[in-house]
Design a protein around this ligand. Structure first.
Ligand SMILES: [Zn+2]
Length: 229
């Protein structure tokens, strides 16, 4: 059961395989091919390639370093339709964005899940430490996602201020100050680059913990592996 794609809906068929990221300006990356043999595309803003984006449609697609680990299990549950049993204790801490379009298919009690804007784990160190020290997890998965609002903060400044005035009852000056103070802290330049850096930051803080950055494509609701380049 484990490892076999259980339903046609869980993995796209070859002929209709989606482009790897939402394409505003597709850039074909030379002769590189994805694991299923299709040309690899990335958005123009990934022109300075930071990572290879590797799909998981079959168990063999899981990178060797993730196989037989809680990270590999997460990929099997979410992408490959592995039967959802019950976990006896949390094995993972998952850090992911609070974006409402994402839901993970995992068993109860499989993972601690910390959701923040942009999967930015800053100021969450005590919560992470608790999951490690008391919760007993030895692995962290950080999940970036496509089309993240935190990567498009600046163009939304006016919308943010208007929304705080209209929806929260703030005056414009206070809302503008709130944006100016917070946007540099929470804004990210791009989703993949940010999560790779955040993974390195956590590895430095927690040297015995295994940290894996992944990408969630909101276009197909699947997880992808990232190989830093
Ligand atoms: Zn997001």
């Amino acid at each position: 059961m484990a490892g076999e794609p259980s339903a046609a809906t869980m993995a796209p068929r070859l002929g209709e395989y989606p482009k790897l990221l939402s394409i505003r300006a597709p850039v074909k990356l030379g002769h590189r091919k994805s694991r299923i043999g299709l040309p690899l595309f990335r958005e123009a803003r990934y022109l300075c390639p930071m990572a290879e984006i590797i799909p998981v449609n079959y168990r063999d697609d899981i990178l060797p370093r993730y196989r037989d680990t809680p990270v590999g299990l997460l990929l099997e549950y979410h992408n490959l339709g592995r039967a959802i049993g019950s976990a006896s204790a949390p094995q993972l801490l998952i850090g992911m964005c609070m974006d409402s379009r994402k839901a993970l298919r995992i068993p109860n009690d499989f993972a601690f899940v910390l959701r923040t804007a942009g999967a930015n784990m800053r100021d969450n160190e005590f919560r992470i430490s608790y999951a490690i020290a008391v919760g007993g997890v030895r692995s962290i998965v950080l999940i970036a996602h496509t089309d993240c609002g935190m990567a498009q903060l600046e163009p939304r400044r006016e919308q943010f201020i208007d929304g705080m005035v209209k929806n929260a009852g703030w005056d414009r000056d206070r809302a503008a100050r709130h944006f100016a103070d917070s946007a540099p802290k929470f804004g990210i330049r791009d989703e993949v680059g940010f999560v790779l850096g955040e993974a390195d930051r956590l590895r430095n803080i927690y040297p015995k913990i295994f940290v894996a950055p992944l990408l969630y494509r909101v276009e197909d609701d699947l997880l992808y592996q990232l190989e830093a380049s």
